[in-house]
Design a protein around this ligand. Structure first.
Ligand code: SF4
Ligand code: MSK
Length: 656
């Protein structure tokens, strides 16, 4: 039993709850990952189901190299080749991911416009400085106009970017100039966000685009529309509405649940309603109501990226990441789990039925049969939030008594937005990335890695995340993190300044100690990967490390990815010039040509490329090798040796 447990997570509390679920006969994703074998076609070929003549499977020949004759036969009923099928499937993943991020961004833009027009009571513009910055970015007149007038123009322009038909996205201008020129030259500068996503769906319909290179190019254009468009605007507008994150202390892991309090978990991705729930949960009448039901108070916590959003701005603790969502309910202490969109397992409802937990869906786009639905009304968000909090409180007396909350939680410092890093490194009056660049040039920091992405039930929970991040920081690579990787790092105690001394290499530890930062910087949720793009751009602009993102000693990774959003994120990192390594599995192994194009040719085109390596130590060393390659190209690979010269060596040099 002990051996079996160890294969499922590196986290003690998670293992305890997997065992509790098993004892109580509750089926979880960990069980299903064992009983449902992944369809083998993913690793031995490709499969298309884009029309009623299929599904068409085009497997690789068994146990031998593919010959040109084999290749001719590897076609669907319509004649589509294995390459076309692999590329179509890959970019449909990008379309799915970009749609999810961008629809999130659209929702924020719609609310933003309502707030500016005074139609969304309870919300206000919290960050005036960022409002003005975004106004400048989008070319909105500032003058003597009120914040609401400026915001209304920003909201209208942002919404327009989704449906724009021609030209290019305004926010592409935030990228380094050389990068923008490259995108234009290659014809991959996105026009409108929705247009690029729709075009993928059109091109991948039977009988349309049947050239894998052309298909993959549209994948690049759409991913750029996500990273530098929809996601970036979601981050910017959320910062204006809810405040730009600054370093804040919080806690993480299932141990943040409180047995004596009404536990409400906010799960999903959009902070629009959860911001209001944070406010309402602190209202004296709500606390009084909770006490009248026998609870000591109300304990709010988060799950997945909604968790990251409310942690970054309010210090609300995080109960767990993707693979811990069912287990939180298995504690028996969750009175309500409030969900919006993305990464919510449908099985939270079936698990909840074994306990007393109420699953409350809130988005008209995401319903779950059996769940309670309280639709988020942005025109009266406080009312929706109060109804939800009340539902949770009323449910507190229904607990069944079989409660077990693991005793594990860790401290974490989150809130490292681009603006914060700028300020922390350079100070209020000379905010800049100069000290970071200087420390990269002098070799104390070897490079920077963005490590992000999901959990995947096909691998041991959090193991690859933590193994990779520890290996990187041990080798003096500063890690920027978002999403479920950030939560894994928090749970492993890597998001506190003391972690630098314990886990980081000497150079990185020295810098972290001087600035007072952890060696792993939590930058937010999945849409906040745009913050990493902006940080990379700031490094380029500060000088000394080349004139494009592809010149920087940086790399990206998603060691436990599973969602289509991760593929879109990976592709926009690659298209921005970043070497990006994914773990677990790779979706185009059914076609050598398509895989080679992504893994090799893209570097020539874009300066960034994909790689696949499921072993997290090997993957970390692929990233370090890339970082070293870039250091060499910049001529800063010898910097370390320079500082090691002692007096004798200097005298020797003088004598020459
Ligand atoms: Fe088969 Fe072609 Fe239809 Fe795909 S589009 S299912 S390859 S016939
Ligand atoms: S929540 S997309 S499992 S990171 Fe953003 Fe985690 Fe991946 Fe969802």
């Amino acid at each position: 039993m002990a051996e079996e447990k160890e294969t499922k997570s590196i986290d003690q509390g998670t293992l305890e709850l997997i065992e509790k679920a098993a004892k109580e006969g509750v089926n979880t994703t960990f069980d299903r990952a064992e009983s449902i074998k992944a369809c083998p076609i993913g690793s031995v070929g490709s499969c298309c189901k884009h029309c009623g003549m299929g599904p068409c499977r085009v497997p690789l020949p068994k146990g031998k190299e593919e010959t040109p004759e084999d290749k001719k036969k590897r076609r669907g009923v319509c004649g589509a080749t294995a390459e076309t099928i692999a590329a179509r499937n890959f970019i449909r993943m990008i379309a799915g991911g970009a749609a999810a991020h961008s629809d999130h961004g659209r929702g924020v833009a719609e609310l933003f416009l309502e707030v500016a027009k005074g139609g969304a009571p309870g919300y206000e513009i919290k960050d005036e400085q960022k409002l003005l910055q975004v106004a400048l970015d989008l070319g909105v007149e500032i003058g003597e106009r009120s914040n609401n007038e400026i915001a209304a123009d920003i909201g209208r322009i942002a919404l327009g970017e989704y449906g724009k038909q021609a030209g290019e996205l305004i926010t592409l201008r935030k990228a380094p100039l050389k990068r923008q020129e490259l995108w234009r030259k290659l014809g991959v500068a996105p026009r409108g966000i929705d247009r690029e996503i729709v075009e993928i769906m059109h091109r991948t319909h039977i009988g349309v685009d049947q050239d894998y290179k052309s298909l993959l190019k549209q994948g690049v254009r759409t991913a750029l529309a996500d990273g530098w468009g929809g996601s970036l605007m979601a981050t910017d507008l959320q910062d204006i509405l809810f405040g730009t994150p600054a370093p804040i202390l919080g806690q993480a892991n299932l141990g943040v649940l409180e047995e004596g309090e009404v536990n409400i978990i906010i799960h999903g991705h959009e902070p629009l309603l959860s911001e209001m729930i944070v406010t309402v949960a602190q209202e004296p009448e709500m606390i009084k109501l909770a006490k009248s039901k026998g609870a000591k108070g109300i304990n709010l916590s988060g799950m997945c990226c909604t968790a990251n959003e409310i942690l970054m701005r309010h210090g609300v603790p995080i109960a767990g990441n993707f693979l811990q969502q069912e287990l939180a309910i298995v504690t028996g202490a969750v009175d309500a789990m409030v969900v919006d969109v993305q990464c919510i397992m449908q099985s939270v409802q079936t698990v909840a039925e074994c306990y007393h937990t109420k699953i409350i869906t809130t988005s008209p786009k995401a319903r779950i049969p059996g769940a309670t639905h309280v639709e988020f009304d942005e025109h009266d968000a406080l009312k929706s939030a109060r109804e939800i909090v009340k539902t949770a409180i009323e449910n507190f007396p229904n607990r069944k008594g079989n409660i077990h909350i693991p005793d594990n939680k860790t401290d974490q410092i989150a809130g490292f937005s681009h603006e914060t890093i700028n300020y922390l490194l350079g100070g209020m009056f000379r905010a800049s990335y100069r000290p970071l660049n200087d420390n990269i040039i002098n070799g104390r920091i070897r490079g920077v890695a963005g490590v992000v992405g999901c959990n995947n039930a096909r691998t041991k929970h959090n193991e690859a995340h933590i193994t990779m991040v520890k290996e990187l920081i041990k080798n003096d690579v500063l890690v920027l993190t978002t999403g479920c990787n950030a939560i894994a790092c928090a749970e492993a105690g890597l998001l506190v300044p003391e972690a630098a001394k314990q886990f980081a290499g000497k150079g990185l530890a020295e810098v972290c100690e001087t600035v007072g930062i952890p060696p792993v910087l939590h930058m937010g949720s999945c849409v906040d990967n745009s913050r990493i793009l902006i940080a990379a751009t700031a490094m380029v602009k500060d000088g000394g490390l080349g004139d494009d993102i592809s010149d920087l000693p940086v790399a990206g990774a998603a060691p436990e990815w599973m969602s289509e959003k991760a593929i879109s994120i990976g592709q926009y990192f690659v298209a921005s010039g970043v070497y990006t390594v994914f773990g677990v599995t790779w979706p185009t192994t059914g076609s050598k040509e398509v895989t080679d194009y992504l893994f090799k040719d893209m570097e020539e085109m874009l300066g960034g490329m994909w790689a696949f390596e499921p072993d997290p130590i090997k993957a970390a060393h692929l990233m370090i090798a890339h970082i070293d390659k870039k250091r060499k190209a910049l001529g800063i690979d010898q910097a370390r040796e320079r500082v090691l010269y002692d007096m004798d060596m200097r005298r020797e040099l003088d004598a020459v």
